[in-house]
Design a protein. Structure first.
Length: 293
């Protein structure tokens, strides 16, 4: 375990954001409501029998919910470094527990965050400038597929370029299957931002001109960051949360929905710090930190 290097790395991350005027916050790991993230499953804890506790609590998959409640109340630039938990299998790039950096910049959009991340990477020791590629262009270049939000057109495009699929697979399943192949090619010469995501996978990003104002950052084929201009409409956020809940036995965080009654224009981003440290140090996996080893 690279104890000294990891400690110094965390100090540098924290220093970068404090020097830029962000306030560090520390929110609860155990939450009364789960994060409603597309394709991310939370761990729950049975607390029945504990006095004055809800019958069930959730380990956060990100600090997003709590930080957005703080944003609604204080409307200031904030960041957090902390443990998050997801029902992910263990592997080279995945663990059920990892360290997340998340921050929110009030009054700015995703383009501002991309510039800030480029400065952040250079501060940490990356020498290359970043490049920006539209998602649809990455699909054409690395998978030979023309991306379309129309499911029938997309499937016809897959057939034309020799990508087999079953009739039971929907647009989203097929999109991510191709995207996994595309990801392997990204960020090898220089850190690469992917932009212009289809609106149907916009998560909680603001949608403009048919595209989500969202980006993902890749370095050496590894997804490092996920950020976007935040949607601020309470009704739209509530609609998306309920959409992401379909077929899942999870409660809605009504406190978070209420926070959007006074939510500021802002942009937010999250980075898995073990992955960033891995590519910075030239390691092959995030196993440099192991439980009790």
């Amino acid at each position: 375990m690279l104890v000294k290097e990891w400690s110094e790395f965390l100090d540098k991350v924290r220093s970068f954001f404090k020097r830029r005027g962000y306030f560090e916050v520390d929110t609860s790991i155990l939450q009364p409501y789960p994060n409603i993230d597309p394709h991310v499953e939370p761990f729950s804890i049975d607390t029945e029998g504990l006095a004055d506790c809800p019958k069930r609590l959730w380990l956060r998959t990100s600090p997003e919910n709590s930080m957005k409640k703080l944003l609604s109340k204080y409307q200031m630039d904030i960041f957090q470094i902390g443990k998050v938990f997801r029902k992910d299998p263990c592997g080279r790039l995945h663990r059920p527990e990892f360290t997340m950096l998340e921050w929110y910049k009030v009054g700015q959009d995703y383009k501002y965050l991309m510039k800030e991340i480029e400065e952040f990477l250079k501060y940490l020791g990356f020498s290359e400038d970043c490049e920006v590629i539209r998602l649809e262009h990455a699909f054409e270049e690395y998978a030979g597929v023309i991306l379309s939000e129309d499911e029938e057109i997309f499937k016809n495009n897959l057939i034309a370029y020799g990508h087999p699929f079953s009739d039971q697979e929907d647009w989203e399943t097929l999109f991510y299957r191709i995207y996994i192949e595309v990801e392997r090619h990204l960020g090898h010469e220089k850190p690469t931002f992917i932009t212009h995501f289809p609106s149907r996978i916009g998560a909680y990003a603001k949608v403009k001109d048919g595209y989500a104002e969202r980006f993902e950052l890749y370095i050496k084929g590894v997804e490092i960051a996920n950020g976007w201009t935040e949607e601020t409409s309470k009704s739209e956020i509530e609609r998306r949360m309920k959409l992401y809940l379909q077929g899942r036995d999870l409660p809605v965080d009504e406190e978070l929905i209420k926070a959007y009654e006074n939510f500021p224009p802002c942009a937010g981003c999250s980075i898995g710090l073990e992955r960033l440290f891995m590519v910075l140090m030239g390691l092959n996996s995030i196993d440099f930190i192991c439980w009790d080893k």
